[in-house]
Design a protein around this ligand. Structure first.
Ligand SMILES: Cc1cc2nc3c(=O)[nH]c(=O)nc-3n(C[C@H](O)[C@H](O)[C@H](O)COP(=O)(O)O)c2cc1C
Length: 407
């Protein structure tokens, strides 16, 4: 999940069983750094009390339009317009209908009437019984709202609280927060193709044993997610990872370095940027035993041979500055000298260097402390979330690609 640091997210809650899930969504928005304020319909308050939202946001909750004290705290026009994004969660069939028809008869519908969705994003995350969702009126209202620039976070299909099975279940809070982040991300990579590698490789030497490393793929998945949010067409080639695929990203799963090499070469044509975050095994076993190696001698030796160096091969085969090439140097110790040498020897545009032994950095954690090493110099970044690093790299890609024609 990405950063929403200091972004003002206004959340409008409607009356439905999923209203309690809006509490989790607000918590996740806050975790991503957002400043959240909540408005509730009168019917929403029958499902969750305003006090819950007030307690977690530390801000007054807008519950009425015609109450002088509510309007003193924050007026409905301010709630509609003084934000970076407005999120309606859960959006009832009723609120979709009222917004499509331009009705403002209570606080949330009146707020919506005062929005300008093409100027500042407004998202609906609908949740309702399948019959209500599939009703022609609701589908028509969703179409009208989309045409007017409102964004819809599509509901999931599954078993609903009312006993029905089908579409209408509120999207997961994580997916709703991703949609908020995407709505706030400048689309600086539209028309660009980005290839990202991530995760470890596995080099088997018998059917049940392999050489590998602790890479989880987190950094690469976050970079792929950030590039997709910025509008790029992203292919993520990854070794064995247990992370959810970021929205809008196509993936290719591989196991060995040889497979990763083949997948990268197959997907290279037409790519504008390659980001090699994968922790590719430098060596593989010369011979792979068809059966499990038995415990025999006290000392066993394993003969290793070099795997292809994908980054070096990409650097050597570049035509001019295309594709833009970003490599990673994860070192156990000060990485800058090595990163500078790697930048030159592998003909990269950028090496993202980090010391995996430093606090807040390395494998399996959500943060990293990296330096950006280019021919122009070194920029040392503070400890950042891997998502924020992904966003920083997107800025680098957009700046470097500016002026070069998209295919
Ligand atoms: C127990 C219960 C659960 C409901 N769940 C939903 C729901 O999930 N989605 C929905 O659109 N309406 C649901 N409704 C109906 C809405 O509460 C009703 O349409 C109401 O007018 C919506 O008000 P609001 O849009 O002002 O919040 C539910 C009603 C009840 C009694």
């Amino acid at each position: 999940m990405s950063s929403l640091v200091n972004r003002r997210v206004h959340v409008a809650v409607c009356g439905g069983v999923a209203a309690y899930k809006a509490v989790e969504t607000v918590r996740l928005l806050q975790k991503a750094g957002a400043v959240v304020q909540v408005a509730m319909t009168a019917n929403a308050q029958a499902f969750v009390g305003p006090l819950t939202f007030q307690a977690i946001t530390h801000l007054p909750v807008l519950t009425r339009t015609l109450d002088p004290s509510d309007e003193m705290e924050i007026g409905h026009i301010a709630f509609a317009q003084e934000n970076d994004v407005l999120l309606v969660v859960p959006a009832s069939a009723n609120i979709l209908a009222k917004c499509a028809a331009g009705i403002g008869d209570e606080v949330v519908s009146t707020v919506l009437l005062a929005t300008r969705p093409r100027r500042s994003p407004v998202l609906f995350a609908p949740a309702m019984n399948t019959a209500m969702y599939e009703n022609e009126a609701t589908q028509n209202n969703l179409r009208i709202l989309r045409e007017r620039g409102y964004q819809i976070v599509e509901p999931d299909a599954g078993a609903l609280a009312c006993g029905a099975v089908g579409p209408g279940r509120l999207a997961l809070s994580e997916a709703i927060v991703d949609a908020v982040v995407a709505a706030l991300t400048p689309r600086v990579l539209v028309g660009r193709r980005v290839l990202v590698t991530a995760g470890p490789t596995r080099e088997f030497f018998d059917p049940v044993r392999f050489l590998s490393n602790p890479s989880t793929g987190k950094a690469g998945f976050e970079i792929a997610a950030a590039a997709a949010r910025a509008g790029a067409e992203v292919t993520l080639i990854h070794g064995p990872c247990s992370l959810p695929l970021p929205p809008g990203v196509s993936s290719v799963a591989v196991t060995t370095a040889i497979e990763m090499h083949a997948a990268v070469m197959a997907h290279l044509p037409g790519v504008d940027v390659v980001v090699m975050t994968a922790a590719v095994s430098d060596y593989r076993a010369r011979a792979v035993s068809a059966t499990k190696v038995k415990k025999l001698d006290e000392v066993q030796s394993l003969e290793l041979v070099r795997n292809p160096d994908i980054l070096a091969e990409l650097g050597a085969s570049r035509v001019g500055a295309s594709p833009l090439l970003i490599g990673f140097a994860a070192e156990s110790g000060p990485p800058l000298e090595y990163a500078r040498a790697k930048l030159i020897s592998k003909r990269c545009d950028l090496i993202v260097a980090n010391d995996i032994t430093a606090e807040g950095a390395g494998f399996g954690v959500d943060t990293n402390r990296v330096s950006l090493v280019t021919a122009e110099g070194i920029v040392e970044l503070p400890v950042l979330s891997k998502a924020a690093i992904g966003e920083r790299l997107v800025v680098f890609m957009a700046e470097r690609l500016a002026g070069s024609p998209s295919p």
